[in-house]
Design a protein around this ligand. Sequence first.
Ligand SMILES: Cc1cc2nc3c(=O)[nH]c(=O)nc-3n(C[C@H](O)[C@H](O)[C@H](O)COP(=O)(O)O)c2cc1C
Length: 223
Amino acid sequence: MINKHRLLLSVFAVVLAVRSHAVPPTIPTLPAPVRDGRLTVETALSARRSVREFRHEALTLTHISQLLWATQGISGAEGGRTAPSAGALYPLEVYAVIGRVENLAPGVYRYRPQDHALEYVAGGDRRAGVAAAALGQGWIQEAPLVVVIAAVYSRTTRKYGQRGHRYVHMEAGGAGENLCLQAVALQLGTTVVGAFDDAALQKLLHLPQDEQPLVLIPVGKPR
Ligand SMILES: Cc1cc2nc3c(=O)[nH]c(=O)nc-3n(C[C@H](O)[C@H](O)[C@H](O)COP(=O)(O)O)c2cc1C
């Protein structure tokens, strides 16, 4: 009887220890996005090239704010976003896999366009896991940030049926290009990555069952 009691206490202690470890980090408020940068669209278009070698330098919260806003942020009073969306149904979900960013613990964060904020998903530096899921593209783990664009197809197919799949892919392309051009304006480099194992990435990033990862975009200061 005493042994059983002890066992229960030990289990309770382990549960408490595990739970206290799982306490999410304090998430800083993102600075408001800048809407009047100096670089012209033409200059950004001319300068964009895939970058796969990054300096070992941290990004800042200002970078994260600007990059996520460009990808899927709210830009209009009525909730319109920086990228177009079929039927304004907004099937995309954007995640930041943080490796080396000042004042932000490594981990996976979901971007909430509604309040331009980050939501904690999972802790720990997951960049090596992302590189492994991307069929061993090792250079990815050197990027201080990897943006993942995922989608909930049903938000769009509910209205547009099968054709909705095409629309979702078009939207991911548009949002991804926004990110790449914004990165150029911040003197950062990106590469659009499409080669990865969907299931491995979904598990690593704790994506909900109905969210499919569509594109990875590592970001960093070009070497
Ligand atoms: C849909 C798509 C998937 C891609 N997948 C990868 C990838 O898995 N790994 C990679 O290193 N580059 C990938 N790229 C980047 C292309 O290799 C690159 O855009 C192309 O070589 C043209 O070079 P540029 O981007 O410098 O103009 C991908 C690009 C696109 C559009």
